[in-house]
Design a protein around this ligand. Structure first.
Ligand SMILES: NC(=O)c1ccc[n+]([C@@H]2O[C@H](COP(=O)([O-])OP(=O)(O)OC[C@H]3O[C@@H](n4cnc5c(N)ncnc54)[C@H](OP(=O)(O)O)[C@@H]3O)[C@@H](O)[C@H]2O)c1
Length: 249
């Protein structure tokens, strides 16, 4: 496959950049000559990621809970002061907790709303204010294919509610920001081989996708890079899920 090439020297903010999908997205931007401001709660894991990237000054880590609006603001400020601006924001930080609906505790519900929804809102507001000022920018939300096609054998009410809401909100925000030069899209991954899933669960998880395998973090990064570079594409929710959301199988 020929990898899509983005113009180098630009800057992306990636939340949840210390693990799994976010780590792969950050690595891909850096490989394309971009600067990256990466976020996660654990400073130690961000530093470990920075060492892995080996990108020197082109990677800056900002540790903190993305549900805190001050963290979102700090990400944009870091991108502007270190790299001169923000060209793309990838709202990737998220948690997934599959369990029967009646068993969700108030704390679990609050934590999922905080990370998956408030985090995306605050980071998008901070980035959009800056992007609107420049008349250009791309936001990509990482949602989930299960919100497009819920499954009877994976009880995931909160993920379907929150990621499904983000899928719809991606389209609404794309319409609102289109005249201002900012594009908003989403990638909806199926089940991806990341630290989110224990290796023991892979056998069952493979049966949930028509392709009979898990996706890779690099396949999700491919879609993100495509959407960041696709200048006339906005308001799209792109499943990367081995056809899982295409219908019943
Ligand atoms: N893997 C899948 O099968 C799959 C499928 C569909 C959708 N997704 C979505 O893809 C995204 C990434 O998932 P993944 O599989 O890469 O998960 P992962 O390996 O568990 O990584 C999650 C990342 O998010 C960070 N994070 C979590 N809570 C945070 C918070 N409150 N503030 C800032 N950073 C936070 C984590 O670092 P810290 O713990 O240090 O904060 C970590 O860097 C999520 O939005 C997830 O819902 C994944």
């Amino acid at each position: 496959m020929t990898e899509q090439t983005l113009p180098s020297g630009k800057t992306a903010i990636v939340t949840g950049a210390s693990s799994g999908i976010g780590l792969a997205i950050a690595r891909r931007f850096l490989a394309q000559g971009w600067n990256v401001v990466g976020n996660a709660r654990s400073d130690a894991r961000l530093k470990e990621a920075a060492t892995q990237f080996g990108a020197g000054d082109r990677f800056a880590g900002v540790a903190g809970d993305i549900a805190d609006p001050r963290v979102a603001q700090a990400l944009v400020e870091q991108a502007v002061s270190r790299f001169g601006g923000v060209d793309a924001l990838v709202n990737n930080a998220g948690i997934f907790l599959p369990k029967p609906f009646i068993e969700f505790t108030p704390e679990e519900i609050e934590q999922q709303i905080a990370t998956n929804v408030k985090g995306t809102i605050f980071a998008s507001q901070a980035a959009a204010r800056h992007m609107i000022g420049r008349g250009a920018g791309a936001i990509v939300n990482i949602t989930a294919s299960i919100a497009l096609q819920p499954r009877s054998n994976v009880p995931a009410f909160m993920a379907v509610l929150l990621k499904g809401g983000l899928n719809a909100a991606t389209r609404a925000l794309a319409l609102e920001l289109a005249p201002l030069g900012v594009r908003v899209n989403a990638v909806a991954p199926g089940i991806i081989d990341s630290p989110m899933h224990s290796p023991e669960s892979h056998g069952f998880l493979k049966t949930l996708q028509p392709t009979g395998r898990l996706g890779t973090v690099d396949e999700v990064a491919d879609a993100v890079i495509y959407l960041v570079g696709a200048g006339f594409t906005s308001g799209v929710v792109l499943p990367v899920d081995g056809a899982a959301a295409a219908g019943n199988f």
